[in-house]
Design a protein. Structure first.
Length: 226
């Protein structure tokens, strides 16, 4: 059975109504209403099947769920060069935040040196969800041992007018406050970020269980008020 046929059998009108409210920027008719665990299971089937190459080459897809499966399949590719090739082919077709956010290729973890130039290119993209994906990869992969202060500056310079891109910048800085507080706090103290991003960063950091009580109290004093 073809992938699209399997998806059509799994569609759920009630869940579609719920899902369409989470991704209001894409046409409702492109959403079938299928829960993520089912899509991940189907992605595993696709990855192991003879249909994989045909599916990955069949762009653009019609349904939101096809795009999710596409990225889930890519994330399972172990060879870094092949994975990057597939990521770069697919990114221009990403049209909403869940598709941008739900897949992280496993091979990225062991290939930070090779990955970084791609991340920098993605972050600088004018395509909202390519830039969002790049920032998320920088957040996921480079706030640990491979962290450099220049990465904070890179994200701070993103010109974000779109809500979903601004949210990603704020998410990055809130996570950086949790993991790299001393290097990150000057961006809040000097009010280096856009006002909306600045306040959203503080909000998300205060909501985080990874930020200390003392740091949260100080962050509250830095909130911009009109």
């Amino acid at each position: 059975m073809k992938i699209k046929d399997k998806l059509l059998k799994l569609q759920d009108e009630k869940y579609k109504e719920f899902q369409s409210k989470l991704v209001p920027n894409i046409p409702k008719e492109t959403i079938l209403g299928i829960k993520t665990p089912e899509l991940r299971e189907l992605a595993k089937e696709v990855f192991k099947s003879d249909e994989r190459e045909v599916f990955l080459n069949d762009l653009p897809h019609k349904y939101y769920e096809e795009n999710l499966i596409h990225f889930f399949v890519i994330s399972m590719i172990k060879d870094f060069d092949e994975c990057i090739k597939r990521v770069e082919e697919f990114l221009p077709y990403v049209d909403c935040w869940p598709v941008s956010d739900q897949a992280t290729p496993k091979c990225f973890k062991k290939n930070h040196e090779k990955l970084l130039p791609h991340i920098k290119k993605w972050i600088s993209s004018k395509h909202i969800y390519i830039s969002r994906f790049g920032i998320r990869m920088l957040m996921n992969e480079y706030l640990g041992d491979d962290f450099k202060e220049e990465y904070l500056k890179l994200v701070s310079k993103v010109k974000a007018d779109d809500y979903y891109l601004k949210m990603m910048v704020a998410w990055y800085f809130a996570t950086a406050l949790a993991k790299r507080y001393d290097e990150t706090i000057p961006y809040l103290e000097k009010y280096s970020l856009d006002e909306w991003i600045h306040n959203k960063t503080i909000q998300k950091a205060i909501e985080s269980f990874r930020v200390t009580k003392e740091h949260k109290e100080y962050l509250r004093t830095l909130k911009k008020t009109k």
